[in-house]
Write a protein that binds this ligand. Structure first.
Ligand SMILES: [Fe+2]
Length: 360
């Protein structure tokens, strides 16, 4: 007799009723966040504090209640997440399941995961509970990924909230796919811009075999461009990942392995591409899967954690050779910072010169 598919309100496995839930997944028909006010004044009117984790990736915003965003703020937030890669919020206790789903739906159709357990009432809410899925399936270096890239329309945004956190450990790390692209040499960029990769759900197929659990729908494989345009920022990024990318198409197996190993190594090892988030209870992270990677740090045993995630389906991935880059956009930001620093230094020198003249 098969084990019960529901434990503590979490549906662990498909049955006749919901064996085709994931078949309803579709792609976004509009790009949330595209064309908003570049200064995002409506959003920042509510922000009381901004902490950038690094110049190009990751920002923590204070003063925002995700359950209370206006439509305009939600649009501007989508754009801000696409620019910053990942955005963090604390104390989102009022973002309950209903509001969590409502927030995701503002940005696109919600994805139902074909294998990961979900909340009994809301199949769009997947449950990451270390009691049910211990973080031992992958080692850290192999677990870097963007969410559900095996789908024809992979995730745009993932909205993850932790309701229970370990006493210590259990951080999540993100790595910047825009910067990964920008730092490649031109010959390698040119090579990769002409390639596609097959992303597979092989890992879940294996888990189906080993666990005996049934899926909530088809486990897809999809072909996507290796260099992808983010439709919100218009910037290029590398779009492969160590968990779901099975092979680079149109090259030999050895060449495919070389390309994937090389890019995977950069994702894992380049510390300057990464930021690390220390979760608190009711913290929320929202990231843009189109242009960055993440991994959980499996260091928190014997503690436990329980998180809930809503995943928004994005567009069918595409590559536009005329796209911009984060590096180019960053030049303008960096120049403005330099001009501000120089003005401050000049003002300080002028003030010191004035003081000297007065005391002379
Ligand atoms: Fe993930």
């Amino acid at each position: 007799m098969s084990p019960t598919p529901v434990v503590h309100g979490i549906v662990l496995s498909g049955d006749e009723k919901d064996a085709s839930l994931a078949e309803r997944n579709t792609h976004a028909t509009r790009v949330a966040g595209k064309g908003v006010d570049p200064e995002k004044k409506a959003l920042f009117a509510s922000v009381t504090k901004r902490i950038d984790y690094s110049p190009k990736l990751g920002t923590e915003l204070h003063g925002i209640k995700l359950a209370q965003l206006t439509d305009q703020q939600a649009e501007e937030l989508a754009a801000f997440i696409s620019e910053r890669g990942v955005v963090f919020f604390r104390d989102q206790d009022d973002l309950d399941n209903k509001e969590h789903v409502r927030l995701g739906r503002r940005w696109g159709p919600l994805h139902v995961h074909p294998f990961v357990p979900h909340n009994q009432q809301d199949p769009e809410i997947i449950v990451l509970d270390s009691r049910i899925s211990p973080p031992t399936r992958f080692n850290t270096n192999d677990s870097w990924h963007s969410d559900v890239s095996f789908e024809p329309a992979p995730a745009s945004y993932s909205i993850l909230k932790f309701e229970e956190i370990p006493e210590s450990g259990g951080n999540t790390i993100w790595s910047n796919g825009y910067e990964l692209y920008d730092d490649l040499s031109q010959p390698i960029k040119t090579l990769l811009e002409g390639l596609t990769a097959t992303h597979s759900s092989d890992i879940f197929k294996l888990l189906v075999q080993t666990s005996g659990r049934k899926t909530f729908g088809q486990l897809n494989d999809s072909v996507h461009p290796v260099i992808r345009t983010n439709p919100v920022t218009g910037w290029k990024s590398v779009f492969i990942n160590p968990v779901f990318t099975r092979e680079i198409n149109g090259v030999t197996p050895a060449e495919s392995k070389w390309i994937l190993d090389y890019l995977g190594d950069l994702i894992v090892k380049k510390l300057q591409y990464q930021v690390r988030f220390n979760w608190e209870k009711n913290s929320v992270a929202i990231w843009d899967n189109r242009s960055n990677y993440h991994t959980g740090v499996p260091d928190f045993k014997p503690y436990h954690r329980r998180g809930v995630r809503v995943t928004v389906s994005g567009e069918i991935p595409y590559y536009d050779p005329n796209s911009g880059t984060q590096a180019k956009a960053w030049e303008a930001t960096a120049n403005a910072i330099i001009a501000k620093q120089e003005a401050a230094e000049k003002a300080k020198a002028d003030a010191e010169a004035n003081n000297s003249a007065k005391t002379a």
